[in-house]
Design a protein around this ligand. Sequence first.
Ligand code: DGY
Length: 315
Amino acid sequence: MPKIAVTRWIPDEAVRVLESVGEVAVSPADRPLTPEELREFVSGSAAVVSMLHDRIDSTVAEAAGPGLKVVANVAVGYDNVDVAAMTERGVVVANTPGVLTDATADLTFGLLLALTRRLGEGERLVRSGRPWSFHLGFLLGSGLQGTTLGIVGLGQIGRAVAERAAAFGMRIVYSGRSRKADFAGEFVPFEEVLRRSDFVSLHCPLTPDTRHLIDAAALRAMKPGAYLVNTTRGPVVDESALADALEAGEIAGAALDVFEAEPDVEPRLLGRENVVLTPHLGSATVETRTAMAVLAARNVASVLAGAEPLTEVSA
Ligand code: DGY
């Protein structure tokens, strides 16, 4: 039976799929493996089921050996995998698109509402035991109706966020590689998204082009009353520039579910009331995480059976 290395816990449903095609080794460590541990762990594997915190590069492929056939990343994002290096070695790379779209869009909207309705502040106040009482001017936020949502990257998740925004009566502008004929929002240059939006929500993948897409200049281009929401990958935002912009009052607030150097967070963001921080929860529902792991397992099963993966990534 071929060895299948799973770098961290996955749901039983996915393990069962893998067990039908190979001998499954799940890392017992309740943490990301170090690069050395990862290389040792994958040695002799035909398949690696990887997590977004694993850096899967040529050294990992080498450590796995010539029998490595497939890397199945349990995430839609695959910036942690050197796809070109895998392709060069004939190793198939797969990701998990589609199954996490709704969960991530829901979380994005939750963050938007947490920002505008000041849920974090309110929650912290109640828990603090400090006195408070209802009055007409107490902890006021603002409504979403009639505001403009700017979507950066109109993939499946961006579209699902737009659907939710439409139900809230928001206007949509978006930027990306091309105008989508079947989408009602207004396609505008990235700079215009920044300039016109009350909320800028990031849904582009992390690539060399999008690293620090939101830098000091981008933040200065946003409206002073605007909010930034990031549920894609941390390095799309320059966290230090974001802290500067918030300190200078250049934007009204930000919600981050992902961080430049997870799990570390720019310390200046931690104490700010107008910042909502969540620990990479975009896809974190039982149903979604199970579906992601099962899809990754099916990708492995297909490739080990000599068939095409269901959701392959190309270099
Ligand atoms: C992904 O799949 O890329 C997400 O970040 C996981 O929540």
